[in-house]
Design a protein around this ligand. Structure first.
Ligand SMILES: NC(=O)c1ccc[n+]([C@@H]2O[C@H](COP(=O)([O-])OP(=O)(O)OC[C@H]3O[C@@H](n4cnc5c(N)ncnc54)[C@H](O)[C@@H]3O)[C@@H](O)[C@H]2O)c1
Length: 316
């Protein structure tokens, strides 16, 4: 594919995707991004990129804008727990209205679309591993943290309904804590926040007691999966994209301090103190990735130590 749309292409994952698409021979990439959490400098060196600095839900003639493109990667969204909690209704509307508009424009132009859903939609499921069919256990609507999960679920339902009705060719990926170079510390993402604190010998603040575990996935693996799934026309399918190696948040802080050789101390704060009563956090979050590995033949490439080392080197 030579002519591709990437919404949210100035963001963390989007800009890695743009680079990889160009490396693979893309001739024209339309990036639509309002720079709410992205940076224009992430894509400024690519002459193949046409940049539309706009909020996706405010573009009236989106179907015209999409004319003559072959595929759309739709990444634009309110992202990150901290950002969501600070921009509740705005994030919801971007994730629902924005995605709806993108689907309509794709339908009019008969363009397939890949959408980026999230591990958040499994909620606080206590299943050991979360496969694509695991039941969701998102919390009550009073815990506003789950609004992000609910909005992404609506996106998934809409995509799969349109597929069922034969009107859209969507691919759904559920991402589990993606990390890598150029991820900003500003919006509550744990790895860049801890690394930023460690490099400045500032205290690293853990939310809760640090025993909650997560699994982290390398951004370059993620964009390789995206491109492969698009090439394979995996329409109407859902895939977890993540890694199965778990690490507690306390271990993560210690690993970062050791890698950076930092003098940072670790401090603990209750979730309620930071986000108030409308918050709760899953204790574990580990994907079953059999489906994506079998389908694409691609395995995650790095362990957590090497990922942290590479990000730290990139930040120095
Ligand atoms: N990073 C992760 O661990 C992770 C995990 C699960 C899902 N995701 C999903 O992956 C996608 C990309 O996330 P990311 O980590 O690169 O975050 P990011 O914040 O770096 O990227 C999102 C981009 O979308 C842009 N954007 C936001 N609202 C917009 C709007 N209304 N109109 C146009 N542009 C808009 C932002 O400016 C930003 O550049 C998102 O859909 C996110 O929900 C990410």
């Amino acid at each position: 594919m030579k002519k591709i749309i990437v919404t949210g292409g100035a963001g963390f994952i989007g800009s890695h995707l743009v680079k990889k698409l160009i490396d693979n021979g893309a001739e024209k990439i339309l990036v639509i991004d309002d720079l709410s959490t992205g940076k224009a400098e992430n894509i400024k060196d690519f002459e193949e990129v046409e940049f539309l600095n706009k909020k996706i839900e405010e573009i009236d003639n989106l179907a015209e804008v999409f004319n003559n493109f072959e595929f759309c990667y739709h990444l634009a969204a309110g992202v990150g727990v901290q950002y969501i909690m600070e921009n509740l209704s705005k994030s919801l509307l971007t994730n629902i209205e924005g995605t709806h508009k993108v689907f309509e424009a794709c339908k009019k132009n008969k363009i397939p679309v890949l959408i980026t859903s999230t591990s958040e939609i499994y909620g606080t499921s206590e299943e050991k591993e979360w496969s694509e069919e695991t039941k969701s256990l998102i919390g009550p609507t009073t815990k506003l943290r789950w609004s992000y999960a609910a909005s992404k679920m609506i996106d998934e339902f809409l995509a799969l309904s349109e597929f069922e009705e034969g009107s859209l060719n969507p691919i759904v990926v559920r991402l589990f804590n993606i990390i890598g170079p150029n991820q900003l510390p500003d919006f509550g993402m744990v790895v860049p926040k801890f690394i930023d604190a460690a490099l400045n010998d500032e205290p690293i603040t853990i939310h809760g007691d640090g025993s909650q575990s997560r699994s982290f996935t390398w951004v370059e693996d993620v964009v390789e999966y995206f491109i492969k799934l698009a090439e394979m026309k995996a329409y109407g399918e859902i895939f977890n994209i993540g890694q199965t190696e778990e690490i507690t948040i306390k271990e993560l802080a210690e690993l970062i301090i050791k890698t950076v050789k930092s003098d940072s101390e670790i401090i603990y704060k209750d979730h309620e103190e930071i986000f108030g009563k409308k918050f709760e956090d899953p204790k574990r979050r580990t994907p079953n990735i059999d489906k994506i590995v079998e389908y694409t033949g691609i395995k995650p490439s790095k362990n957590i130590e090497s990922m942290i080392k590479e990000i730290v080197q990139n930040n120095k």
